[in-house]
Design a protein around this ligand. Structure first.
Ligand SMILES: [Zn+2]
Length: 285
């Protein structure tokens, strides 16, 4: 936070001596918004944003179900610092990918974290994830029930769209398999995500369910949902090796082998599906 000499406050603003034009003796004219951290001096027009305050206000708003309609300026979020960048590069992301998805690094509550925005337009995002680097681990900030599809900025609209759980899986799938991949931030579609997918899926010929390992019933159920939504499209499944955490852990050969063995869903029963899966798993070993 800026080291302003705050003199008084209103319900919406702090009022401080301006570091640019006041020596502390003149009337305080700098107004610092409690809502978004923006400040301006009404004597000399010195202005800017306080990023700590801006992000804190984002956090305070986080549980708000209305947040889906809000947008957040990325101007307020600093660019990658070394700790966040090192983590991302260690996970196998390239500089280009980091740029494309708009990853930023931030330091808040005494901890380094990576800020992952969703769709970016004019440097504004409608949704984000924040993951703290905590003893080498990342912690999720769970999304609201109205969470949108995540990772839209990576889509090109050609041929195949994959649906994965996490954003790192989505990026890994794109890097390893070369297919567009979107993150659900879960194993099912929210109502809002269904709405988004209806128009988003339009240019694709094929949709591929690519949930994490050991989620066969959920994968099947999601694929059935997609079949109902898009009866004219090819719906496929990718099955991950049981010991693979996500696509970023798989080498290219294994990933393509699994993809080429995809299963076309029919009206087969759940039991038949599991049987096919088991045969498939034996073959793949
Ligand atoms: Zn001033």
């Amino acid at each position: 936070m800026h080291d302003f000499d705050i003199v008084k406050e209103t319900s919406t603003h702090y009022i401080a001596h301006c570091p640019n034009c006041s020596d502390g003796k003149k009337e305080p004219k700098l107004y610092l918004s409690k809502d978004n951290g923006k400040f301006i001096c009404f004597r000399c027009n010195y202005s800017g944003s306080d990023p700590d305050m801006a992000l804190n206000s984002v956090f305070e708003n986080r549980p708000d179900p209305e947040m889906i309609t809000k947008s957040y300026s990325l101007d307020l979020i600093p660019n990658l610092d070394s700790e966040g960048a090192l983590y991302l590069l260690k996970r196998g992301l390239t500089r280009e990918v980091i740029e494309l998805y708009g990853f930023k690094s931030y330091f808040i509550w005494g901890k380094s974290c990576v800020f992952i925005p969703n769709r970016i337009e004019n440097n504004i995002t409608d949704f984000f994830q924040l993951r703290f680097i905590d003893n080498g681990e990342f912690r999720y900030y769970t999304a609201t029930s109205t969470k949108p599809l995540f990772g839209i900025q990576g889509l090109t609209g050609t041929d195949t769209l994959m649906l994965a759980e996490g954003i790192f899986t989505a990026i890994g799938a794109k890097m390893k398999l070369g297919h567009d991949c979107i993150s659900l931030l879960g194993k099912t579609l929210t109502v809002y995500q269904r709405m988004q997918l209806e128009s988003l899926a339009e240019p694709y010929k094929e949709l591929v369910v690519a949930l994490d390992a050991q989620t066969y019933p959920q994968s099947y159920s999601l694929a059935r949902t997609l079949l109902e939504m898009f009866p004219e499209k090819r719906i496929s499944l990718i099955l991950l090796a049981d010991d693979a955490d996500d696509y970023a852990d798989m080498d290219r050969d294994i990933a393509i082998k699994y993809f080429n063995n995809r299963i076309k869903l029919s009206n087969s029963s759940d039991l038949g599906f599991i049987k096919v899966i088991n045969q498939f798993k034996r073959k793949a070993v």
